[in-house]
Each structure stands twice: as C-alpha cells, then as structure tokens.
Design a protein around this ligand. Sequence first.
Ligand code: 3H9
Length: 702
Amino acid sequence: MTSPVTLAVDDGIAEITIDLPPVNAINQAIRTGLLECFRKAIADDSVQAIVLLAAGRTYMAGADINEFDTGVGEPAYYDVFRVIENSDKIVVTALHGTALGGGLETALACHYRCADANARMGLPELSLGIIPGAGGSQRLPRLIGAKAAVETVFGIVPIKAEKALELGLIDKIVDGDLRRGAISWTKELVQQGASPRRTGEMDVDVTGYDDDFLAEMRTLAGKRMRGQEAPERLLEAVAVATKLPLEEGLVEEKRIGDAAVASAESEALRHVFFAEREVTKVPGIGKSASRIEVETVGILGSGTMGTGIGIVFGNAGYTVRIIDPSRESLDKCKAAIEKTQASQVGRGRMDQATAADMLSRMSYVTSYDALADVDLAIEAVFEDMNLKKEIFAKLDEICKPGAILASNSSTLNIDDMAACTARPASVVGLHFFSPANIMKLLEIVRAGKTSKEVLATAVDIGKRIRKVAVVVGIGGTFGFVGNRMMVKGYIREADQMLLEGASVQEVDKAIYDFGLPMGPWTMNDMGGVDIMCSVLESTGARAANPEPFYNVTLALGEAGLLGQKTGQGFYRYEKGDRTPIYDPSIENIIAGEAERLNVGRKSLTADEIQQRCIFGLINEGARILEEGLVYRASDIDVIWIYGYGFPRFRGGPMFYADQIGLDKVYETVRGYHETLGNYWQPAPLLEQFAKEGRKFADWAPE
Ligand code: 3H9
C-alpha cells in the first residue's frame, strides 16, 4: 500500500507532504509515514531543513475520529512528534484550509509555522468531549500562554490566520503560493542560521491566568457546554502544563485524555459528528440524480414563519417574493426583515453591501399572480388543513409547470395537500422550525408521490440555505418525525405527570437538568399554548387516543392562558419581559383537572420525570423506525438535537437509548405499561431489538 506521506529532497530542503483526501485526517498510515519520512530526512546529510506540507483542500483536520473507537495504533502521536520536535534540522510547516485538533498539534511540534491568509486553526476537541491529546494541552500554553490557550480551546471555533499571528501561534502569513512561500522562507531561515525552536522547551507565560480568569472560563463553559466534563478536564491539563516539564506533562495529558475518550459524553459527541454528516446522504439521489433549477422563490404568508423563511432564502442569494393578501401584514414583514438585516450589520455579522443586495432581491406583493414564474413556492399559512388544501389547489393553477410546490406544515399530512393538485410529484414538505432564520433544522418531508428530482433539489436547497436538512417520510400519523415524537412521547408524558402531582416547575427543571435548553412548559408558553392545542386538535393527536391526554394543556388553552403572548400560561410574565415567573396558582387549575379526571396525586422524582419524558420519545422513535420514516436511527438524533435542543453530549434520543442498553429501556417501558396503562405499550422494534441484544444503530430500512 502506498503511504499517504511522501518525501522529496531538493536543494537542501526536504519536503514532506501528507496527502490523504478529503481532509488529511491523521490515522496510523499518516503517523507511520511521518515517522519514516522525518527519520530519513533527519539522517540525510544533504538536507539542511525540513518543510511539512499537506496536499488538497486542507491541512490536517485532526486525528481520524474513527480511531477513538478502534484504538490508536502504533506509532503513537507522542513518538512521532518527539522525533519532529527533537530534530536538529529546523522544521517548518505551512498551514492552509482548516488545521484542527491533531493537525494543529502536529504544527505545534514543528519549529516554525506559516500559513496562508485564509487558513483557520484551532483545537475543537471539546466539541468531541475530549481534550487535545497529542501534546496540544501542553504545547499550546507554552507557545501562546496559558490564558490564550484556554480561550482558544474553549472558543472551539477556529481562529483566523491573522489572529493566530497576533497570538504567536504562527510566525508568518504567506502571500501567494503557500508551498513556494514556505520553501523560500525556510531557505531564508537557514541562511540566517536559525536553530530549532522547540515548543516543548518553552516556559509557559501565565500572565492573566488567575482565579478570576478561570472562574470566567468556567461560567462560559457552564453556558456553552452545560453538563459536560471535558472543559474541566482541559483546565486540569493546562494547569499541569504550567507546573511540569513537557514529558511529565504528556504523561498527565494521556491520563486525562484517555479518560475523556472513554467517557459516555465523548462517545455521544463523536456519534453526533458522524450523524450530522450521514443525514446529507440520501439513498437513491446521488450526485447524478437530475435537479430542478431554483432561483426564484415565492413564499405564501407573511407571518412569523413566512418572514423567517424569507430571510433564509434571501440570505442564500435567491430572489424572493413574499405574497400575502394583507398589505398591512406585508408591511410588518418587510419592516421585520429590514430590522433583522440592520441588526446583523450592526453586530458586524454582515456587511452593508451584502445586506443591501439581499434586500434588493426581496419583494412583497398582494397578488398571487406573482407566483406564476417562481421555481419554488412555499406555503407558510396557518396550520389548518382546509386552508392548506385551498392554497395547494391555487398553487397548482398559478405556478408554472415543473415548479416545486412545498408546504411548511409542521404536522399535517402532505399527501392530502398533494392530492389537491394535478402534480403530486412536485409536492414536498419543507418543515422549518421557528424562528426559521435561527433554527438550523429543516425536515424535508417526502410525500408518497414526491419525485426523486424534487427530493434531490430539496436536499440541495437545504445545503444552500445552510440548514441541517433531514429527509423524512410521512407515515400514517401526524407530525412527521420531530413533532410526532414531541407530542406523542414527550408532551403527553409531561402533561400526564402534572396531573399525577409533579409541579410545572419540577417538570421543567428536571428536563433542563437533563440538558435541554428549557422544559416543555417554558417551551409551550413561548410557542403559544393555543398553537399546541390547535396541533393536538387538528391533527387528531388527542382524538386518536382512547385515554384522556393533554388535559392540562387543553385546560389552559380553554382558559385563555396562552403563554408569553397573554402574560400568563404555565408561567406568569411581566409586561415586556419574557422571563417565566412561577405562579403557584397554576397548580390549582392542574389539581382541579386531576380531580375531575379522578387521577390520584403523589410526588414524582426528577429521575422519574426525565425517564418518562425521554423514554416516551424513544418508544415513539422506535415506531418511526419501524414505519421506515427515516433512513437511519441517527437521523432522529440529528432532528432532536437541532430542532428541540436535545443535548448533543447525550447523542440524541436513539443513541442515548443504545448507550443505556435497549434491554434496560425495554424493561422500564414494560414496567410503565403495567403500572401506567396501555398507552405505554412497548414499540415492537424496541422489544425485538432488546431481546436480540441489538442497538437502534444497527437498524436499516428493508
Ligand atoms: C483530535 O484531533 C484529537 C487529537 O487531540 C488527538 C488525540 C489523540 N476524522 O465535514 P466534512 C470526514 S480530534 C475522521 O463533510 P467540510 C467527514 O466525516 C479531531 N473523518 O467536510 C466526511 O466524511 P464523509 C479534531 C473526518 O469541508 C469528510 O471527512 N478535529 C474527520 O464541510 C469531509 O468532512 C475536528 O474535530 C476526522 N477528524 O468540513 C475537525 N474530519 O465524506 C473535524 C472530517 O464520508 N472536521 N472527516 O461524510 C471538521 O470540522 C470538518 O470536517 C472540516 C471540513 C472543517 C475539516
């Protein structure tokens, strides 16, 4: 097998090149190749200096994440980097693309670093629940100081070359051709008699690295990585760097790093890394599948969803027409879009010219005729099936042949809408989550007759508008994947537990402590209790169940306690303030419902609350798999992470179930079935997989 690392010597310079597409992820072959090439170059008397380069679109993007599952084979990173760092000939490396994790750690072991102006670099290991474990936690503080090292690693997002130069992470930005520039700089260094400058021999600058700084970093980690252990492990490793020489520090780094790799948190985060990339692979619609050209998009409805969707398409470069019979509503929508763009400019997230260009492509019209030549029409009107059917019939009449007709429905059956047109193959669901311009998730709903061409186009659109787009099927029930699980598994159980005696606050706190950004009742107040009630009624979610569910939610809806918009829902709100204030009087309404329904009351533990909500999700997720509504279990995980804030460090509901063990999940669900009622019937797939000792991750559609 040819090595991904090659060595060429020319004019006294040894050029070592790594070439392993797509991202030069460091695996055993790269480590072996590096070791061999460096040893050869160091032993070669004709070589005066060594330049390390990477071919392709990027410098090394990190360690090969797959190796964490299989074990990192010989040679170890430490052994390779020791040879590089201890070389008596100077070692220069040149960075481009994204130099991340083990890639940047390789650069840290070199003596001099240059980069092209567009390069970005960082140690994003915390996002995988690990710490820089190839010397990074010990070398980075030596090179740029302990404070900047912690900030860089906690920041996760890679820094730009300019900032890296400022920090001393790199020594030079090369203009023009990077390879040529790096070689000529190396020759200059040789001429100047530069000697090896070993990061491992540097002292750690601890300026500003004090208790206040550490407290600030812990607060930051508590916000951005709540519930995760890796940030604290990183702080422990950096503290070691400030006290021990490199070799002793590496021993400690290995101890801390190995524990991190073995943690449940890291296993889950690594799963999410690959799951996010898997969703983009849709069976049957490879690169060769034909696509429809989409440049002009019509959006029906100028309410909150229409406005958000408009921003998304406008920012992605499409020409957008927002259509609404109400001029007043259109004016509000236009003002909201202009305000959003102005705020983006004000915060330095967008330049003025880009904002102006976007706004120039937006138009706001009252006549449906504006839909005649759009390539894609998306309806974003109120969630009412009769209204949606009318709209689809109209779209079919007005839109040009070949245009894609999409619904932004969050729960309703797209097949029923498609049936109102003479072109069901052109109909697809594009379910954006609110606020559409903020939430990353897009469920692309494949209806019974949606053509491959339309589906492939929708997937491409998802990429262009920078959403995490997951293709899902419709199935026999409402709510596609995310909302079906939320209503049938999660809200149902949260509502039942209120009747049984848990307080609103206890339910929300238990779910927040599990890791979601907010509990179900804070969420309901935010979205509007009336919206949830209408979903429950219009989709038949309530009627479909023989047992009386969602009673508390519906009681609040009936009483006009609709959440933030009315100043009172599950919580109370001061005028102009969205902070939920717990109002114990809400418990009287709940107790009244419990009495009416004859539900005995008791206290529930946080564990039970978490388990019933999350296992409710898992059981419904198993039915969704059984019905073949997703391509893989991990698609459900991605939906729940991006649509509902399921904690990444738990991997998503289906991975979480696998991690606990399906036998244990099944036993618990069976127990609930016995004690709580028939509605907890274990999903057949859960039962089957539990008995066969399999995981949801093993599931594949037939
Ligand atoms: C680390 O370094 C630990 C160390 O401290 C050492 C410890 C001992 N491994 O994202 P893309 C695959 S931890 C394996 O679509 P882009 C990816 O799955 C690592 N595979 O491209 C995909 O495969 P497929 C720290 C990897 O242009 C393909 O490459 N580093 C890895 O949108 C293309 O990826 C990181 O966390 C990997 N490290 O984005 C960086 N990286 O085609 C992780 C990528 O089969 N990587 N793949 O689906 C990234 O952030 C992005 O991939 C990057 C490119 C920005 C580089």
